[in-house]
Design a protein around this ligand. Sequence first.
Ligand SMILES: Cc1cc2nc3c(=O)[nH]c(=O)nc-3n(C[C@H](O)[C@H](O)[C@H](O)COP(=O)(O)OP(=O)(O)OC[C@H]3O[C@@H](n4cnc5c(N)ncnc54)[C@H](O)[C@@H]3O)c2cc1C
Length: 420
Amino acid sequence: MRNPEEIPIPRTEMTTSSSRVLVLGAGVAGLTTAIALARRGVPVDVLERDAATAPSGRRGAGSWYRDGAPHAGQGHVFSPKSHQVLADELPDVLRQLLELGAREWSVGPSAGRWDGPTSAESGTALAVRRPVFDWVLRRVAERESLLRVHSGAAATGLQTSGGRLSGVLVGRAVVPADIAVDATGAFGPVSSWLDDLGHPRLAEPRADPDTAPTGADFYTRCYALHWPGEPGELNLGLAAGGDFGDYSCRVVPADNNTFTVMFTVPVGAANGAGESRLAPLSSPDGFQAAASSIPAIADWVDPAAAEPITGVTSLRLPPVRRGGASAMARLPGLVAVGDALHTGDPVWCSGIAVALASGLACAGAVSAARDGETVDVAARVWDAAADLAAYPACACARMSGPSAGDLAEVLAGSAPVPVG
Ligand SMILES: Cc1cc2nc3c(=O)[nH]c(=O)nc-3n(C[C@H](O)[C@H](O)[C@H](O)COP(=O)(O)OP(=O)(O)OC[C@H]3O[C@@H](n4cnc5c(N)ncnc54)[C@H](O)[C@@H]3O)c2cc1C
């Protein structure tokens, strides 16, 4: 388990009034920051490189997949901390999620430590598909009168003046800004822009010791239960399944009696360097056969209990490199939130809580700075996120079950499994 103090704490003192605030990225962290700023009376523009806008009708919410956030197509646990932050700070977002069929459920102590050392051992988690969550957040943001989301506006660089941020480049145009909030996610470009501007690094980005050094493949499929309930035990507290050595698989309950099943396969371990022998997980038949062969998962995907409502969404991500927080310390006027501040192991399920908490802390600090307070914005943001970043929100216990080799055999021999 990582000690939060091992991660460099950024310092960015800021006193500013009537400043123009830009948020780069309309993911969970960027939109949370922007909504909270607008609600504090701070006008805010959000630049989002994806041109796709949210479907207007709620029926499209469950299938709103965006190129800019491909991970949002994978199964997501919404931990007790993320529920608590929504209930306390964004109750209208929580209410709308519940109206759309999201479910609150009480969870007791699990094998993992949830959301940091000071959190209660039990709490209320939220069951919702990630695209539904993103859709609600975007629609709430779009209704704020002081907030504008500019879809299809990719930020391409930074402008500085007198040693601090003065603007953000969008193609050849410069958008003046006194404060830019980097919410561009785990693989965002801001760090390299700082390098280009010649700002010395305070600390080199480093490989995350907890994640596969080679990156990982993810495969997710969404199912609908025939009847409300849980066909199998939620042995991980917030999910069912576990870590099976060279891969992990978990079931995550979601809204409207749906659930997602997600396989995580580190590249290189079960895979070999090139094409993965578990790649057939991307086919619906292979996925169904593999999921059915894992005891903790089989009861969930049994055609008598549930049917698939999507194809398989697959994604390969490079290894995560930590370094956002230290990069942000380099330029006054620039602050990072969400994955740009700290990217954790997806298996920990803590990213949403970090995005929400850091976004809210950022909005509070920036608006205090605009009111004339001398505020160390980045340090306040990090204070809000550090514990959440340092502890897993969901257990991922080592379980006995088919090895990657066993799974590869199942996949190689998988005849189409009759479903539904
Ligand atoms: C496979 C997987 C499973 C996960 N499961 C869980 C889970 O179960 N529970 C959990 O809590 N967390 C989970 N996470 C982590 C969680 O998804 C992230 O922490 C969260 O999405 C981070 O949100 P963000 O807003 O910081 O970044 P993102 O969601 O990455 O959003 C960044 C946004 O910035 C935009 N952008 C990028 N560059 C630019 C640019 N130059 N100009 C303008 N816009 C730009 C992108 O288009 C995107 O919209 C998982 C992650 C992965 C990869």
